[in-house]
Design a protein around this ligand. Structure first.
Ligand SMILES: [Zn+2]
Ligand SMILES: [Zn+2]
Length: 138
């Protein structure tokens, strides 16, 4: 799959049955729709609080950032808000193929989730990014 930002080939990484496509150039992450569901159920399994569910429910955004194209169907993606304080602006395929997080946005969302399991996913992601970007310490 090609990165919607820079058109580089993305690599597939996997953790806990969740497969992500990762761009090594811009550190963006693509979630297929069903992979996002897996992630949400993985991090919300122990935590049924309403607020945690809200956190991961996208809401439409009216913004004038450049629209990116879905790496699967090629349609222009919608901008949606995810999380709160701060909200993070991500791209969502109008056909429901999945979601695109720019580098760092996924971490920002996961940092807002209060749950033990997200630490697994976070440490997996940071390991992945570190492995791919040994020169990039953050
Ligand atoms: Zn990229
Ligand atoms: Zn699509």
């Amino acid at each position: 799959m090609k990165c919607p930002v820079d058109k580089d080939d993305m690599v597939v990484v996997e953790s806990r049955r969740i497969e992500l496509d990762l761009c090594l150039r811009c550190s963006g992450v693509w979630f297929d729709a069903q992979e996002l569901d897996l992630l949400i159920s993985a991090i919300s399994a122990d935590n049924r609080q309403e607020s945690q569910n809200d956190l991961l429910t996208p809401s439409p955004a009216e913004v004038y950032e450049t629209h990116r194209k879905c790496p699967i169907c090629g349609k222009k993606m919608d901008k949606v808000w995810l999380g709160k304080e701060p909200k993070v602006l991500i791209d969502s395929c109008p056909a429901g193929d999945g979601l695109w997080f720019d580098g760092g946005e996924l971490h920002e969302i996961l940092h807002q989730v209060k749950n033990d399991r997200k630490d697994d996913i976070l440490s997996f992601l940071s390991k992945t990014f570190k492995a791919q970007h040994p020169e990039d310490a953050h």
